[in-house]
Design a protein around this ligand. Sequence first.
Ligand code: SAM
Length: 281
Amino acid sequence: MGLKSKTMEIVKYFEFKFNKNLGQNFLIDENILKKIIDAAELDENSTVIEIGPGIGTLTQEMAKRCKKVVAVEIDKNLIPILEETLGNFKNIKIIHSDALKVDFNKIIKEENLENVKVVANLPYYVTTPIIAKLLNERVKISSMIIMIQKEVADRILAKPNTDEYGTLSLLCQYHCDIKKICKVSPNCFVPPPRVESMVIRLDIRDQKRVEVLDEELFFNIIKSAFNMRRKTLSNSLKSIANEDILLKALEELSIDPKRRGETLSIEEFAKLSNILSKQKS
Ligand code: SAM
């Protein structure tokens, strides 16, 4: 039986009602499932944290290939379904919780997870906060293989001087090496979402892309620069440093104060932040 018929049968049998507010679009395409699994490069030593297992389609394929899968699902209506579909697997643990509220590092410790990867067909309404949480909380994972809205993937991969370039691009590019895996059309899901999707892989770098002396300041500068992305740097960074200090720092770096934040490379943001952090101390 194909994945689509199998999914529909389970949905029907359990009288499951899709909850749009929870971003429930279940994967029904075997080809894409295989691409995600291949991109995750799982083996008997790796473990997986899955966010939003749905009815367990991806979960069981991963459990066949790795040591353990811990899956975090928010919808209580899916828990009895998962207990049934995944009942035969001894290496799967289901946690009924909101992924935005769990302490992933605590789970990793409690479940003795090693060589951890996050693999997920993410609920689209919380994609950005989930990625930000995993990176900002320095969750001990080596990579994320995630299906997300194509538009968000474009923002993650964006280069300076584009509309897509912003805080999410810089956050992800600072922490990770990023690779596109494949585009995914809406008809690979039930129900089909209104947007195109993309699978990407983010490998967490041991050494960050640029050397930053004060990460808080670095990301505050980025936030301010993009909060007012149409304004010049001398305007948008007023809240970060007084005008004299700011203009001097920009001059030292040969950055025209009339430039907008969206034109700065990650290296330029790092240099600016490092000069300003020295002024502060
Ligand atoms: N993994 C399944 C698949 O590929 O078919 C389902 C993916 S579906 C796009 C997203 C899943 O995330 C749903 O099962 C949904 O209930 C769950 N979910 C939504 N918000 C969540 C949250 N905050 N924490 C954990 N799971 C969540």
